[in-house]
Every structure is written in structure tokens, then in C-alpha cells.
Design a protein around this ligand. Structure first.
Ligand code: NDP
Length: 323
């Protein structure tokens, strides 16, 4: 019987239970899960602080990596290593906080062979999303070596964005609310570390243009301030809402500087683009994985770590080993 984290809409919200295989959802592919991880959306789901989950009891976890145990679909065979991110898994469909889960074949991508399971989930949705932002910036013509700003830089998406941009020889400027992580951000490749407070004031329509590109995981006033500080024809990949869902900006950055706001989604992107992003991620050198901050926990610790994440006490990645 696989162990699963069962989420309820009453206290205690999280209970780790042994669930008979027959009680898992009936879907074509059965996967034995090696690792899941903790993302901002998971933290909102687990704590109930965001309206992510509506039907209880529920198994959360928006992503996982594992091995196919049984397949009733031609696309996958027993023994295949697979990654799942997005598609509403961990929101509408039971997810990765379990030793095993049954899923639809369309939700999976083959795990590229250079990635072992641990590396695949060190990346997880966070690494995939950072790479998708990178691709958006490249497709919008980001010039080689350009100065690129990353907000929420110590978070999962933010720290992978810093690492990947540096690896690709961009000049990375990192914005953080955790000054104690300055050295770590520099070790990932940040040329300059800026304090979050510099981006939290009332946004002006335009300010001196400093950055040619940006990856924003924060939203709200931070994104408005980022837009106002982009150079002529700057591009901003907007991906997150850790600082709010509003956007108190004006049209000035767009009509006077030709700034592009590039929305970036990881949940519903088509298979081929996912696979292309995972191929690029699988070619990242080992050093990037070694420098990533990682906290490995079991199913029992998820609830506490989710609270910590929303309280801003987590940096880097939280890896979940369900065994
Ligand atoms: P993390 O919690 O790992 O990182 C979020 C980071 O944002 C924090 O570490 C912190 O970084 C910063 N932050 C947190 N609260 C605030 C605040 N109130 N004001 C300003 N900055 C804040 O989350 P993830 O990396 O998993 O996700 C980041 C964001 O991206 C989330 O909003 C998430 O929902 C979104 N996301 C969107 C995806 C998509 O498909 N569109 C996919 C994945 C994530 P620091 O202390 O360094 O400032």
C-alpha cells in the first residue's frame, strides 16, 4: 500500500496514510514516485491559504519524477522514467505527495537520460519555469551578455533563473528580501544583489532604464517598478505573484520604450515545448545542481515547510522523498 499525504479541509489538514492501490484514481499509467518537491502553489494548497484545492480529501503535489510500474497506453512502458508537471495535477487531480500515483499519459514527459531522479526534481516545476522564461526572453531577441534582472531571486524559480542566466553568460542582477543569502546568490552567478525594498515603493511611470531583460516572479508593485526601469525595447517575462496579483503600472513603458511584457505559463504548455525545455535543462552542468540549496524532507514535514515557504523562510529548493 503506497503512503500518501491526504489533505482535508478540517484540522489536521495533513495526514500521512497507507492507501490501497485500488483507491488511487483509475488512470492509464501507474507511476512509482521517486521524488516530488515543494512549490509556491503547493504551499498555498497545503496550508489552504490559496483556493487551489476544492475537492477533499485530496493528494496534493503539482509535480513528480518516477518510474512507470504499469501502463495501459502505447506511449509508455513499464520501467520508463517520467516527469510530471502541471496540467492541474495537485490542484484538480491527485498529485505527487505519494509513493505511487495513477496519471494520464498526456501529462507526462520522458525524463531525459542525463537527469537522474534527484536532479530532475531539484529542477521540477521551478527549473522548467525558469527555462521557459529564458526561452521567452530569447525569442523576444534578448542580446547576448545583456543585463537581466531576476526578482524573488532566492525562490525556486528565481534561483534557477539566476543559475541558468549566468550559465548562458548573461549579466545577472538579483532582487531579494533575504540579504543573508547575498553570498549564496553571488555563488549562483549574480553580479549584483539588490534589496527588495528598492522595488516596493509607489511605481513611477518611467525611471532610468537599467535592464535589457527581466524575469519577475513577484508581480504587484515589484513588476510595475521593473517595467519602469527597463531599457529601450526591454523584455520582461512575468511568471509569478508572490508579491501580489495586481499590476499598478501605466502604458508608458510600452508606448515610450517599446517594453514587452511576456506572460509565461508552465501548467498548460504543449508537450513539444515542455520536451524542448527539459532537453535544455538536462544539458546543464553538474556544478549548477551542486550549488543549488536543497532541503530534503519526507511527507510528514510538508505542512510545516509549506508554512515556512509562505512566511519567506525558505530559499532554494525543497525536495520531497516519499519513501
Ligand atoms: P518560492 O516561494 O520558492 O519563491 C518565491 C520568492 O519570492 C521568495 O523566495 C521570495 O524571494 C520572493 N517573495 C516571497 N514573498 C514575497 C513578497 N511578499 N514580496 C516580494 N517578494 C516575495 O516560490 P516558487 O519559486 O515556487 O514560485 C515563485 C512564483 O512563481 C510564485 O508566485 C508561483 O506561483 C509562480 N509560478 C508560476 C508558474 C507559472 O506557470 N506561471 C510556475 C511556477 C511558479 P526573495 O526573498 O529572494 O525576495
Amino acid at each position: 500500500m503506497p503512503r500518501v499525504l491526504m489533505l482535508h479541509d478540517e484540522s489536521p489538514r495533513c495526514r500521512v496514510v497507507d492507501l490501497p492501490l485500488a483507491d488511487l484514481p483509475h488512470r492509464a499509467i501507474s507511476v512509482d514516485i521517486d521524488y516530488s518537491d515543494l512549490n509556491y502553489k503547493d504551499a498555498l494548497a497545503v496550508t489552504g491559504k490559496g483556493k487551489i484545492v476544492r475537492d477533499y480529501p485530496f493528494v496534493p503535489g503539482i509535480d513528480f519524477v518516477g518510474t512507470v510500474r504499469e501502463s495501459h497506453h502505447e506511449q509508455y512502458a513499464s520501467g520508463d522514467r517520467v516527469i510530471l508537471t502541471g496540467w492541474g495535477v495537485g490542484e484538480r487531480y491527485w498529485g505527487g505527495y505519494a509513493e505511487a500515483m495513477n496519471v494520464d499519459p498526456e501529462w507526462l514527459v520522458p525524463c531525459p537520460s542525463p537527469l537522474n531522479s534527484r536532479k530532475a526534481m531539484l529542477l521540477g516545476t521551478a527549473g522548467l519555469t525558469a527555462m521557459l522564461c529564458m526561452m521567452r526572453l530569447e525569442e523576444a531577441g534578448l542580446p547576448p551578455g545583456a543585463a537581466v534582472l531576476v526578482t524573488g531571486a532566492t525562490g525556486g524559480v528565481g534561483s534557477w533563473a539566476v543559475s541558468i542566466l549566468h550559465h548562458l553568460d548573461y549579466e545577472v542582477h538579483a532582487v531579494t528580501g533575504k540579504p543573508e543569502q547575498r553570498e549564496w546568490l553571488e555563488s549562483l552567478g549574480a553580479r549584483e544583489v539588490l534589496d527588495r525594498s528598492e522595488f516596493e515603493g509607489e511605481p513611477l511611470p518611467l525611471e532610468k532604464g537599467r535592464w535589457v531583460g527581466a524575469i519577475d516572479t513577484v508581480g504587484g508593485r515589484t513588476l510595475a517598478n521593473v517595467l519602469a526601469r527597463m531599457t529601450y525595447h526591454g523584455r520582461v517575462a512575468a511568471v509569478g505573484l508572490a508579491g501580489g496579483t495586481d499590476l499598478p503600472t501605466t502604458v508608458m513603458p510600452f508606448i515610450l520604450r517599446g517594453v514587452s511584457l511576456l506572460g509565461t505559463d508552465s501548467v498548460m504548455i504543449p508537450f513539444e515545448r515542455r520536451r524542448a525545455a527539459w532537453q535544455r535543462l538536462s544539458a546543464l552542468p553538474n556544478g549548477l545542481f551542486e550549488r543549488m540549496a536543497v532541503d530534503e524532507i519526507g511527507l510528514e514535514q510538508i505542512e510545516q515547510r509549506a508554512e515556512d515557504m509562505l512566511a519567506g523562510k525558505v530559499h532554494g529548493r525543497v525536495l520531497i522523498n516519499p519513501k
